[in-house]
Design a protein around this ligand. Structure first.
Ligand SMILES: [Zn+2]
Length: 367
């Protein structure tokens, strides 16, 4: 019986194989961009791009997964659901190509990390290097609380209590902005945006230049998990509230479309170096681009944050292949892809819905 749960894989390797075989069944043209690190079983890691429909389209719908590694379990499931069944009812006009980008951060997907092989949050890496490396003194001031070198329970209790006190003082949103906005000074810290253009960043840019530059319109859903109310989806835009892109996003996704630039409006902070900025740099001067970070909530934000923080400790100070290491990995996966069947079904449904909304937008402007 098809109930959606089968689209969720247990690991990157199965997600990739499943995606590629479905793409082949749909007669997609597949281009793979391998990276040099390998997976836990020595397997190849790659960004896979499946291109369906017109080779010379006027417009395109891009759906991408796994820029945040472990968040790819959900994104890949949405893509596989799309290839298996949703595509038959999507009714994309024939001048619209469907482009599925699987596992933008294959290392993080395979090794259960949100960051890539260089501890870089790829969704903070799309800045000028080094010109765009804005200093983050408030992050630096919190460095030891955010990036402990031990997991001693007593010391941890004190550090976490201190973080709660700061959240109380400054407001949760302000602290979220300081912690997650992106930093370029601390390579071993959480939310590190990198010191150079990472391979996945370069690959995404070359995909844009080689294949998407001739379009008149591009709608892009970049799938994420971990922020917001459980199993609900926000289409988060990186443009200001009053930009024309925001009007387009509202026309496509209705109330789901929100701007990260307006404090308190989106589940995300205002991010430096997000994918949207890189895609805009490559394409926005000639293509009408509407790129939304499609963010689906999982657990409460403190749990998600502590899972990330523990994983960062593990990779810098602990041992992945140990009992505590495996527990931290299991918690990280739960934080970004809950095992609960209800969460999985509802989250797949909302993922399908925003894809259907994008397709309906193309059909409505078919001329
Ligand atoms: Zn994410």
């Amino acid at each position: 019986m098809v109930d959606g749960l089968e689209f969720f894989s247990d690991d990157y390797s199965h997600a990739r194989t499943g995606f590629l075989s479905l793409a082949e069944r749909r007669a997609a043209t597949v281009t793979s961009y391998p990276i040099s690190p390998r997976g836990p079983a020595g397997e190849e890691l790659a960004i896979d791009v499946a291109w369906i429909g017109s080779r010379e389209p006027r417009r395109a719908l891009v759906v991408s997964s796994g820029i945040h590694g472990v968040e790819g379990f959900y994104g890949s499931a949405v893509q596989r659901q799309l290839l298996t069944s949703q595509l038959d009812v999507l009714a994309l006009p024939c001048d619209v190509a469907l482009v599925l980008v699987h596992a933008i951060n294959p290392y993080g997907f395979a090794h259960l990390r949100r960051v890539n092989e260089s501890n870089v949050d790829l969704n903070r890496n799309f800045v000028d290097h080094p010109g765009g490396h804005v200093r983050a003194p408030e992050y630096t001031a919190l460095y030891d609380l955010l990036n402990p070198t031990d997991m001693d329970p007593e010391a941890e209790q004190a550090r976490i209590a201190r973080l709660f006190a700061i959240a109380e003082e400054q407001g949760f949103e302000r602290l979220q902005q300081v912690v997650t906005g992106g930093q370029y000074e601390h390579p071993a810290g959480i939310q590190f945006g990198g010191q150079r253009q990472e391979t996945s960043n370069a690959n995404v840019r070359s995909l844009c230049r080689a294949h998407l530059g001739g379009l008149s319109e591009l709608v892009w859903l970049d799938l994420h998990t971990g922020l917001g109310a459980p199993a609900t989806l926000q289409a988060i835009m990186a443009c200001p509230h009053d930009a024309p892109e925001m009007d387009r996003a509202r026309a496509i996704w209705g109330d789901r479309a929100v701007s990260m630039r307006v404090p308190g409006q989106s589940a995300s902070a205002d991010l430096r170096g997000a994918l949207a900025y890189g895609v805009a740099e490559e394409l926005a001067h000639r293509v009408e681009v509407s790129l939304a970070l499609a963010e689906v909530g999982t657990h409460d934000p403190v749990r998600v944050f502590l899972a990330l923080r523990a994983d960062n400790w593990l990779h810098h100070h602990g041992e992945v292949d140990s009992e505590p290491g495996r527990a931290i990995k299991a918690e990280l996966k739960e934080a970004f892809c809950p095992a609960d069947a209800g969460w999985r079904r509802t989250s797949l449904a909302v993922g399908a819905e925003v894809i259907a909304q994008a397709a309906a937008h193309f059909a409505a402007h078919d001329d």
